[in-house]
Design a protein around this ligand. Structure first.
Ligand code: CA
Length: 715
């Protein structure tokens, strides 16, 4: 009996040890492999890769949450990122752990069931680098491979961490650090190689993307997207061919073509697809004065992922002239076209046309407007080329063109639901002012503003045209609209659509539960029926959402998670703060996870003080204010917003305190608060310019104080 008891207690002890050890063992995710990602549908509880699968459909087979019970969704947990700028990441979820990125490229590892932080990693991005980011200090997420995690930083580094501990494995530099490159995109890992591009097309850089060995960080290959100076020799036969489509001394402006977001992979065809960006500068008359298509700007590239050699390309906007990138989300699917199943690639690039392409051959199958674009009448299916309109030609005079540089669709991911056959597009209809450079029209020369936003337009024209249109329309720029569109890629038309108050809204997730999830710029998280677009559930997040939701499950419970934190180009440069949550509330970032019956309270978000304080008295002359207006548009507007009206993500300068006004020169010219994210501008503007910018800000503050007083008196 004694020995039995002893054996029994020994067994109990073992069981006790096992019960202590097991949670640790099971809490560690299993290594992520190509086989797992390719067979992602066999483990729908996870979200293993950026678009869930290599084909990037953003469709989940999970259906515990469905159109019959979605109204029972409640918050399961929230995690405060302690940031007030844009959150754009797709969380990766592996075996109960979530990995996401936030502002300034910080990485978070959380328990996906509770939201408890497991570790966080701050790569210490120098805040001065924010000056090179056209579109906010954002990051779109991580990739996992084996037990390692990969992400890139705003200042161009690629870093690998141990996903279990957050300890650094390696860090490499991917850019020429004397050039204003930035990285906001998520890396992808294919066959043991980490793929990453970069941004900077508005800053005079030359685009490329690279493949690095996942174990060592060693460069495997690099594909430049536009040719450099032919005198330096060509890196590849692709560049030699591309150079024939450029004229003049294009390399002096960098050329552009940056690969800042979209990639997809077909393991059966062993083909990598990459979308490329706009021309640098935007104005093609400056960039390539003798004309030409300017390969491989605004193109979809199909490549061999082992070698980086090009298989085929399709250029959506030949000779781009409008910042019409093809870096937008690409979805791989099989569609019945002409009665035959075809392996297709689908994209809704900025230019307003929805493209269906045979991804085996690169053959264009259809190209149809998903918004009323005015720059081209149609795409000629014989040549595969857009037919440009006179309305789109801004080479000689300022034009208002749809879409604006924000695009008919920007980086916000779409989703494809194989059950409905619909592609859901976070679509926009912004109108853009394109003013040609008066210097270039007069002299045939264009003075580049080095190391700064530099798209080849004229800011005097820009500001004056904005004021003329505002005067005509009583204060509203026309047609800045935001939509959710359900696009039928076979019938080539919109099946249904929802119009939103803000034009800049969130990415999409669709599920087998006949659901479609989207966050909005006005601060809601909404579930629609995927087939009909009926609103089934909605919660006020009070924070605008641009990130795409994901879904996963832990211990048999399905979660829907999304990052809430407004940001990106449409939030900093554009947008009407009256339509955006960030115009009314502080933009306090959170990761939110919902489940059926969740009872956690939504985070309390602070209201913004919208009063415009009395600015200091100004003695500036009208000519100085005019110079300040021009300098503001050229130097400040890209982050602080047109007409000194900010969407709230970056400080609204009409609300500067007396203390900030008193050190305005030190802030702007000397950079005394650069560690807070406001870079030094002393190399771009003179001390007199800074004084004039301040005078212009004071004038705008006074104008809007007076307008607010008049409005209050009318009430
Ligand atoms: Ca661009």
């Amino acid at each position: 009996m004694k020995s039995m008891r002893s054996l029994h207690s020994h067994t109990r002890l073992l069981a006790l040890i096992a019960s202590i050890a097991l949670p640790f063992a099971s809490a560690q995710p299993k290594p992520v492999t190509a086989e797992r990602i390719i067979a992602a549908d066999s483990e729908p509880q996870n979200w293993l890769a950026h678009g869930r699968t290599y084909g990037e459909q953003r469709y989940s087979p999970l259906k515990q949450v469905n159109d019959g019970n979605v109204d029972k969704l409640g918050l399961a947990w929230s995690y405060a990122t302690n940031s007030t700028r844009g959150l754009q990441a797709t969380p990766i979820v592996v075996d109960g752990r979530m990995y996401a990125t936030g502002v300034w490229s910080v990485v978070y590892a959380l328990d996906a069931k509770t939201g408890k932080e497991l570790w966080a990693y701050d790569p210490q991005v120098p805040r001065e680098w924010g000056r090179y980011a056209c579109c906010d200090a954002v990051n779109r997420g991580v990739a996992l491979w084996g037990d390692a995690l990969y992400f890139a930083t705003l200042d161009g580094r690629l870093i690998s961490l141990d996903a279990r501990t957050g300890k650094q494995r390696w860090e490499i530099n991917t850019i020429d650090r004397t050039k204003p490159y930035t990285i906001t995109g998520a890396p992808r890992v294919i066959k043991g190689k980490v793929l990453i591009g970069n941004g900077g097309g508005e800053y005079g850089v030359r685009g490329y993307f690279s493949a690095y060995d996942a174990d060592t960080g060693r460069l495997a290959w690099r594909f430049f997207t536009v040719p450099g100076n032919p005198r330096d020799g060509f890196e590849s036969p692709e560049m030699e061919a591309a150079a024939k489509t450029w004229t003049g001394e294009w390399w002096t402006g960098g050329g552009g073509g940056t690969v800042w977001d979209s990639m997809a992979y077909d393991p059966d065809l062993d083909t990598l697809y990459v979308g490329t960006g706009n021309g640098s500068p935007w104005a093609r008359s400056i960039r390539s004065p003798g004309g030409g298509d300017n390969l491989y700007l605004s193109s979809i590239l199909a490549l061999d992922p082992d070698t980086g050699r090009l298989k085929w390309h399709y250029q959506v906007t030949p000779g781009d002239n409008w910042d019409y990138t093809a870096t937008q989300h690409m979805i791989l699917a099989e569609l019945p076209i002409g009665g035959k199943p075809r392996k297709v690639l689908m994209q809704a690039p900025k230019n307003g046309f929805f493209y269906v392409i045979d991804r085996v051959t690169g053959e264009l199958l259809s190209a149809d407007k998903y918004i009323p674009a005015t720059w081209a009448s149609h795409v000629d299916m014989k040549t595969g080329r857009p037919v440009e309109t006179p309305e789109g030609d801004w080479s000689k005079e300022t034009k208002l063109i749809v879409p604006a540089a924000f695009g008919g669709h920007n980086w916000h991911p779409m989703a494809f639901n194989p059950q409905t056959g619909l592609v859901y597009i976070p679509a926009m209809q912004p109108a853009g002012i394109y003013p040609p450079s008066t210097e270039f029209l007069r002299t045939g020369k264009y003075t580049r503003q080095e190391m700064f936003w530099n798209p080849g337009v004229d800011w005097n024209n820009y500001a004056n045209t904005v004021y003329a249109i505002l005067a005509q329309t009583g204060g509203n720029l026309p047609q800045d609209r935001g939509y959710l569109k359900a696009w039928d890629p076979v019938a080539k038309k919109t099946r249904w659509e929802i119009e939103y108050p803000a034009f800049w809204n969130g990415g999409l997730l669709t599920t087998a539960g006949n659901l479609l999830f989207q966050g909005t710029g006005d601060g809601r998280f909404v579930a629609y029926s995927a087939d009909q677009g009926k609103t089934l559930w909605s919660v006020p997040t009070m924070v605008g959402i641009v990130a795409p939701p994901v879904t996963y499950s832990v211990d048999g419970e399905q979660y829907i998670a999304v990052l809430a934190g407004y940001g990106g180009a449409g939030a900093v440069t554009g947008g009407d703060p009256r339509t955006m949550a960030s115009g009314k509330y502080l933009n306090e970032g959170h990761i939110l996870a919902f489940k059926l019956g969740g009872t956690a309270p939504l985070p309390k978000i602070s209201e913004r003080n919208l009063d415009i304080p009395e600015p200091p008295a100004s003695t500036a002359t009208a000519a100085q204010v005019e110079n300040g207006k021009y300098r503001y548009a050229a130097t400040c507007m890209v982050c602080h917003g047109a007409l000194v009206v900010s969407g709230g993500v970056v400080p609204d300068l009409r609300r500067l305190t007396a203390e900030k006004h008193s050190i305005f020169k030190q802030i702007v010219y000397d950079g005394v608060i650069h560690s807070a994210g406001m870079p030094r501008m002393g190399d771009l503007v003179s001390e007199q310019d800074v004084a004039d910018i301040q005078a212009y800000i004071i004038e705008r503050s006074q104008q809007d104080r007076a307008a607010a007083a008049t409005a209050a008196a009318k009430k």
